[in-house]
Design a protein around this ligand. Structure first.
Ligand code: PLP
Length: 437
């Protein structure tokens, strides 16, 4: 018999009762400090004990409003009851058997659901095939392998500011922060990074690089985030993604769209690329797909997935419990959460615009849906990373969880269930902080 003990978070609003970190949090951070990898980037001392909806309770009973979603992951909110139920049911029935070697329904169901929704051109048999992974980086690795295998070409074009993960292939595409690459070379050869988001960059690619150092017939793929995530929630110029599509089609290059952060409804559409009506060849997914369980997926146009049995798979990729969580996540997204992301995105944009008008150290917001950011500026209007860090830390001490991105941006990526009241509370805290500063 299952016996699940849960204690609900008592406060619907942030409530900081102890000094931070509190006594239990301090003790745990001390233990962590001698055993955990120093490569983790903990900004402020949150020690989470429980999550419910948009709220997180720490080990000392302090309650926080979470505008990070555990780095854009908990799409349906923390511990959505239907997701938890699906996980419990699946765990009680089949925890693991490995989809690489055997079959089970939750994995087939999820592959079917993703395949019919993938924004690929119609074709006779099936529009898409799906290969499951455990993480974002692993989805990118697989997509790279697939592109090289199918095209029999080796070069890859990626973008400055891009973040695709930390394994070797993914890291080689990443162009976000020096620390993510420094000391780890040699990386994958044949990767060229070009500036993101502008037509000028694509002019250079076509007019200079293709005719000098990068023969386009040697390029397997252009890998692009529809909205750059870690790089600063940068929205590309109109026509940028459509032009990449044209360049790819002209030269037989595959267009890989990394929707690991921007996908699963966060921007107000299931896939962010759908805002621009562009059809890629391959899509990588992870983060929000299973509301917090580790799962990723590579979606490709059906005819591209010609790699033979044994050429690519992972023991845990498409784990039954993760797939069960993902199947319910997708239902919840389509029932109302994608719409909510769009509507609350508009509310957030209006609120952040008001904030920017009230304080000259805050830029106007950018982004789509609940993938939105502001830059923090110094007195001369230059990006001010120190101020950003102070605001992110200061928000924590007032009960609001935020994280940065880019050089001096704060990203707003709350769970897609966020409501108007919670956006008001977040903005009240931010306004208070700017008034104090
Ligand atoms: C766009 C994008 N791609 C890939 C990744 C890597 O995902 P993971 O950390 O699951 O390996 C991230 C993570 O932030 C991401 O934002």
């Amino acid at each position: 018999m299952l016996s699940i003990h849960t204690k609900h978070i008592q406060s619907p609003v942030p409530q900081v009762k102890t000094s931070l970190p509190g006594p239990r949090a301090s003790a745990l951070i001390k233990r962590d400090s001698v055993v955990s990898s120093p490569s983790y980037t903990r900004g402020y001392p949150l020690v989470a004990a429980r999550g419910e909806g948009c709220m997180i309770e720490d080990v000392d009973g302090n309650v926080f409003l979470d505008f990070t979603s555990g780095v854009a992951v908990t799409a349906t909110g923390h511990a959505h009851p239907q997701v938890v139920q699906a996980i419990q049911n699946q765990a009680a029935n089949l925890l693991h058997i490995s989809g690489t070697d055997f079959y089970y329904e939750p994995m087939v169901k999820l592959a079917e659901s993703l395949a019919v929704r993938a924004p690929f051109p119609e074709s006779v048999d099936s529009r898409a095939r799906v290969c499951f992974t455990n993480s974002g980086a692993e989805s990118v690795e697989g997509a790279l392998k697939l592109a090289r295998y199918y095209t029999k070409r080796s070069r890859i074009i990626s973008f400055l500011g891009a973040f695709h993960g930390r394994t070797y292939g993914a890291m080689s595409l990443t162009g976000s922060k020096r620390v993510q690459r420094q000391g780890f070379g040699p990386l994958l050869p044949g990767v060229t990074h070009i500036p993101y988001g502008t037509h000028a960059s694509l002019d250079d690619l076509e007019q200079k690089l293709f005719s000098t150092v990068i023969p386009p017939e040697e390029v397997a793929a252009i890998v692009v985030e529809p909205i750059q995530g870690e790089g600063g929630y940068i929205v590309p110029e109109d026509g940028f993604l459509a032009r990449i599509r044209q360049i790819c089609s002209r030269h037989g290059i595959l267009m890989i769209v990394d929707e690991i952060q921007s996908g699963m409804g966060r921007t107000g559409k299931l896939f962010a690329i759908q805002h621009w009506d562009v059809m890629p060849d391959i899509i990588t997914l992870a983060k929000g797909i299973a509301s917090g369980l580790p799962l990723g997926a590579i979606l490709s146009r059906a005819e591209l997935m010609t790699w033979p049995p044994g050429s690519h798979a992972a023991t845990f990729g498409g784990n039954p419990v993760a797939c069960a969580a993902a199947n319910v996540t997708l239902e919840l997204l389509e029932a109302e959460l994608i719409d909510n992301a769009r509507q609350m995105g508009e509310v957030l944009q209006v609120a952040l615009t008001k904030l920017a008008h009230g304080f000259d150290r805050v830029s106007l917001p950018r982004g789509k849906g609940l993938m939105m950011a502001i830059d923090l500026l110094d007195g001369d209007g230059n990006l001010d990373p120190d101020l950003r860090n102070r605001i992110v830390d200061g928000a924590f001490y007032k009960g609001l969880l935020l994280i940065g991105c880019g050089k001096a941006a704060i990203r707003f990526c709350p769970p897609l269930i966020v409501d108007r009241k919670q956006i008001d509370v977040a903005l009240e805290i931010l306004t208070e902080l700017f008034e104090e500063i």
